[in-house]
Design a protein around this ligand. Structure first.
Ligand code: FEO
Length: 147
């Protein structure tokens, strides 16, 4: 059981981009970062090992799901900077896959560094890069609902 003080990252409404499906996915990614952090600091070594491995797997998979959904939407909307945005997703995914291999319960420092990297990249990417496609995607989604 956690309380607000235990939460590693507090979701903030300033991270919202105003596209509900994407906001939900971003919130879920932040939640997964928090669960990763919880599993790293868990007292019970067995629980820690199990939780860390399963949350890590879920986190890596969900990053893939989110990027795929976001990319499909950017492509459908004809977003000008799609190629550049996709390069950022691909570079991050590659780094996550490489780094997550070193992240296990035997290497707590690597695990903490990993979750910090994950969190910082996600928040910065959401706030600076994802927000850039919002006008284009909103226009596309509005047109689509009128059809
Ligand atoms: Fe929400 Fe470009 O990742």
């Amino acid at each position: 059981m956690t309380n607000d003080n235990d939460v590693f990252i507090q979701w903030n409404s300033k991270y919202e981009i105003g596209i509900p499906k994407i906001d939900e996915q971003h919130k879920h990614l932040v939640e997964l970062c928090n669960r990763l952090h919880e599993s790293i600091v868990a007292d019970n070594p067995l629980e820690q090992k199990h939780q860390l491995a399963s949350t890590l797997k879920e986190c890596v998979a969900y990053v893939g799901t989110h990027f795929k959904d976001e990319e499909l939407l950017m492509q459908a909307a004809g977003y000008d900077d799609f190629a550049q945005h996709k390069i950022q997703h691909d570079t991050f995914t590659k780094k996550v896959l490489e780094t997550s291999e070193d992240c296990n319960s035997q290497n707590r420092l690597a695990a903490i560094k990993f979750v910090k990297f994950l969190y910082e990249w996600l928040i910065s990417h959401i706030c600076y890069e994802d927000k850039r496609y919002v006008p284009c995607l909103k226009e596309y989604l509005q047109k689509k609902t009128k059809q």
